[in-house]
Write a protein that binds this ligand. Structure first.
Ligand SMILES: NC(=O)c1ccc[n+]([C@@H]2O[C@H](COP(=O)([O-])OP(=O)(O)OC[C@H]3O[C@@H](n4cnc5c(N)ncnc54)[C@H](O)[C@@H]3O)[C@@H](O)[C@H]2O)c1
Length: 369
């Protein structure tokens, strides 16, 4: 009863009280840190004590900017607090932090705010394959899928990096299977789908994210360079989509989400003809496949990201070029990998069941159509 009263007060303070803690969860969530979740609240439990971390530093341990409270509360949905009184100081601290959006916190933690619908994880138990998941946008998609309750098959050509990423997510409670795949190779893709099925059962969602964008001057582009970009970016979508089809048919449903690029709509003077041609191919593939598979209750959609703040982008784009892109956007901030990932969650979820054959620009309003 006392618990309920304090929960109610806490809820109206803008934060929630968490129910009882048990030993397992104490062990599973040791000292998760302020370094990883800067400028926001991180709770951790050690030795039956609840602690609140408030980091000063804007840079996270991974060297990326913290993207707000959603990340700060990553993995905390099963966190427990021993008794109501330990929570009161937290409520007061949390109230002081302007960055906190309480509804986000509630959703992430699986808590119920008085008068609100019980939050749900919208991909609960869905088996989702994400290609190119070791870093960048693919990694953000895998993270958001895990947060939403999915079991994730995370595939990448770079196995060591993929395993590192998977290990980090696993420590935070993820059900994740890291696999080595070359999406342009038929046998490799077949192996990925077989191992995914053996581990998690039928596949529900495929995200064709793996892609490469080396810069080559048009007149100097070799046939081999041209073919490599087409084979990863377009053939990869074909091979992976065809390979998951038996699984989708077995279930009577399925979702395919392809990563295109806003450069297809705007063209881009950046030695990217081979790449932009491939991303146009992805949109054509999306539209025609949506027609072909609609009768099987399979949705096929694409996302065209704008200039996204990834490590790979830093290799190619100077700060001046990045600033020029932001100047072209309607919204004057960088597009983050998480922006793309949240749109992917929507397209993977039943909330988008009537949407197919579409390409959504997630680009801060750079291109419009
Ligand atoms: N970053 C951007 O600004 C941007 C903009 C528009 C579109 N996109 C698209 O989004 C997707 C992800 O881009 P990113 O910036 O995160 O790239 P990234 O280079 O950071 O990550 C791509 C991942 O794909 C993996 N990969 C490469 N070739 C592969 C292959 N043959 N098989 C399996 N995995 C392979 C890489 O190892 C890497 O981990 C790509 O399709 C890209 O074209 C990115």
């Amino acid at each position: 009863m006392l618990n309920r009263i304090v929960e109610y007060i806490g809820a109206w303070c803008g934060f929630g009280l968490l129910p009882r803690m048990d030993k397992d969860e104490t062990q599973r969530l040791p000292e998760q840190g302020s370094a990883r979740w800067p400028r926001a609240v991180a709770l951790s439990i050690a030795h039956q004590e609840t602690r609140l971390h408030v980091a000063e530093n804007e840079q996270s341990a991974r060297g990326e900017k913290c993207e707000g409270v959603a990340h700060s509360c990553w993995g905390l949905h099963s966190l427990r607090v021993p008794n109501p009184f330990t929570t009161l100081p937290l409520l007061i601290e949390c109230r002081r932090l302007k960055e906190i959006h309480s509804s986000d916190v509630y959703t992430r933690m699986g808590l119920r705010r008085p008068g609100m619908r019980q939050p749900m994880h919208i991909l609960q138990n869905q088996v989702c394959v994400v290609t190119g998941a070791a870093r960048g946008i693919g990694r953000a998609i895998a993270e958001e899928f895990v947060i939403e309750g999915a079991r994730v098959v995370a595939a990448d050509i770079d196995l060591p990096e993929m395993e590192k990423t998977a290990e980090e997510l696993r420590r935070r409670g993820a059900e994740i299977l890291p696999l080595e795949v070359d999406v342009s190779d038929e046998a490799s893709v077949a192996r990925m789908v077989k191992m995914a099925g053996d581990k998690f059962g039928a596949i529900d969602v495929l995200v064709n994210n793996a892609g490469i964008y080396p810069r080559h001057k048009f007149e100097e582009t070799t046939l081999e360079q041209w073919e490599r970009v087409q084979s990863v970016n377009v053939r990869g979508c074909f091979l992976c989509s065809r390979a998951v089809l038996p699984s989708f048919k077995q279930q009577g449903k399925g979702k395919i989400i392809n990563l295109s690029s806003v450069t297809f709509w705007v063209g881009q003077p950046a030695n990217l003809v081979h790449y932009i041609a491939s991303k146009g191919g992805v949109i054509g593939f999306t539209r025609s496949l949506a027609h072909d598979l609609g009768g099987l209750n399979i949705q096929v959609n694409a996302i065209s990201p704008g200039g996204v703040e990834t490590e790979e982008e830093k290799k190619y784009a100077t700060p001046e070029q990045v600033a020029a892109v932001v100047a072209l956007q309607s919204l004057k901030r960088r597009v983050s990998p998480r922006d793309i990932a949240r749109t992917t969650v929507f397209l993977a979820s039943s909330d988008s069941d009537i949407i197919t054959g579409q390409t959504i620009n997630v680009d801060g309003g750079w291109a419009m159509h």
